[in-house]
Design a protein around this ligand. Structure first.
Ligand SMILES: [Zn+2]
Length: 465
């Protein structure tokens, strides 16, 4: 069997790993979009480096766009197989991919007008391609080995990253051999606010493991409620300012809303309005609400007293752009949670432009931002930024809280892998991480007793014995 590393190799976006057996069976693990501006993402997204028509099936680890966002392009270029994932991932992909199609269309119109790139004469994909893609989704249950093909058996196991996320455990027969492969997708933190945590996965010989925070130790999650309350108090009560929170629609938005919900229930939240200003975040929250069977014990216990863990008096979800614009006129202190998390696009950019020059306000980052993005520059302490072509002095306070990360740190990832017997692992491939981070992670893994670790580059092919 060969593994072709086609994306998220030495980078954190564009996850795509292709398995090919001697019999010619081709299995794709994830089909993510390249994001960010500096990586030549536009070109990368138009060239798979393999023929989509020859791929037999896809296993999708979770709904984040950097793992799922090129599926409609795969279908547009002739893929006709099944896309296997969990039920929540299918539900979330319906809204995530539709939103992505909308962005592709908008980007294409903008580029056409500016004649920046004429490489392709049409958008990456459209909503029609998304509809065809969703038809190919085949949801499978967690924790059950399922025979899909004479030579392929799969089991999804909880990995605690976002709703629906799974480790893909595969048994692939090739002649007399059976390859035992595990693809972690993204690994969550140990104590998630909402979803079930990760669980041990069956022993594998070949592991493809993410490595986003392979060099980091995150803040303690148990402190996040206290820290958030401190930021709210200082900004909204003492300074009478606005708290602006750029947040990924899926995962972190629900976590931060739920934390505020807990604070409100405990009578600790000051009496201020909270706005979730994003149609996608609002829709994602509706979907998360509809899958309580994947919630953890802590939130289920909380829901015995408060049936609405993402809703409290003072909280408003905004879909309509008209109401979003009205927030600009609001004079009173408030909290605005909006997407995108890296502050590159979406309504959050307008809120930053309107609030960044007022020293009473705070901008709170609760997730990873690519260094090249507006969020990344603000996180790095920029004193001046350009927004919509205008210079802005950064007078608002910028606060970073990484305890809300949906990715485990290196200790949590090693803990996740500790269910494996290291001497039985023949290959441990580190994917989905920056190269310098992966080198550090490799060192930590080595110390923890894991060997045969490699860091593939994009385009590498490895033959498994
Ligand atoms: Zn993810």
């Amino acid at each position: 069997m060969k593994i072709y590393f086609k994306g998220a190799a030495g980078t954190v976006t564009g996850s795509k790993h292709l398995l090919e057996t001697e019999q010619g069976l081709k299995i794709l693990l994830d089909c993510g979009l390249y994001q960010g501006k500096e990586s030549g993402a536009g070109r990368e997204n138009r060239h798979f480096g393999f023929d989509p028509q020859t791929v037999d099936m896809v296993f999708l680890s979770h709904a984040h766009i950097d793992h799922s966002g090129l599926l409609p392009r795969l279908v547009k270029e002739g893929f006709k197989g099944k896309i296997y994932c969990t039920e929540p991932t299918r539900a979330l992909c319906e809204i995530m991919l539709a939103d992505s199609a909308h962005i592709q269309q908008a980007d294409f119109s903008y580029q056409s007008k500016k004649s920046i790139s004429q490489e392709d004469s049409e958008p990456l994909y459209t909503i029609d391609d998304v509809v065809k893609t969703i038809d190919l989704f085949e949801p499978l249950a967690y924790d059950e080995w399922i025979i899909l093909h004479d030579d392929i058996t799969v089991m999804f196991t909880y990995v605690g990253h976002i709703l629906g996320s799974a480790c893909v455990n595969l048994r692939v027969r090739e002649g007399k051999k059976t390859h035992r492969i595990a693809y972690t997708g993204d690994i969550g933190r140990t104590n998630q606010q909402i979803i079930k945590g990760s669980e041990p996965f069956p022993q594998a010989e070949v592991i493809l493991c993410e490595s986003t925070y392979g060099n980091r130790v995150h803040d303690d999650q148990t402190m996040s409620e206290k820290k958030l309350l401190e930021v709210v108090q200082e900004t909204c009560v003492e300074n009478k300012g606005k708290l602006i929170i750029p947040s990924f629609s899926l995962g972190r938005t629900q976590e931060i809303v739920h934390t505020l919900d807990r604070l409100e229930s405990a009578g600790k939240l000051p009496s201020i309005k909270v706005f979730v200003d994003s149609p996608l975040s609002t829709n994602a929250t509706d979907i998360v609400r509809s899958f309580p069977e994947h919630f953890n014990e802590r939130i289920l216990k909380y829901m015995e007293k408060d049936a609405q863990p993402f809703g409290f008096s003072g909280l408003h979800y905004i879909r309509d752009v008209k109401y979003s614009k009205m927030l600009n006129q609001l004079k009173e202190p408030c909290i605005i949670i909006s997407a995108s998390g890296m502050a590159e696009a979406g309504r959050i950019v307008h809120h930053l432009a309107n609030n960044i020059e007022d020293k009473r306000n705070t901008i709170l980052f609760i997730g990873y931002c690519e260094p090249s993005t507006l969020g990344g520059r603000l996180r790095d302490g920029a004193q001046k930024v350009q927004i919509f072509g205008h210079d802005h002095d950064v007078k608002a306070k910028v606060v970073v809280m990484d305890s809300y990360s949906a990715h485990g740190d290196y200790q949590e990832m090693i803990e996740y892998l500790s269910c494996q017997q290291p001497h039985l692992i023949k290959h441990l491939f580190l994917v989905h991480g920056r190269n310098d981070v992966q080198q550090e992670f490799k060192g930590h893994l080595d110390q923890a007793g894991f060997h045969h670790i490699s860091i593939p580059k994009k385009g590498d092919v490895v033959e498994l014995s």
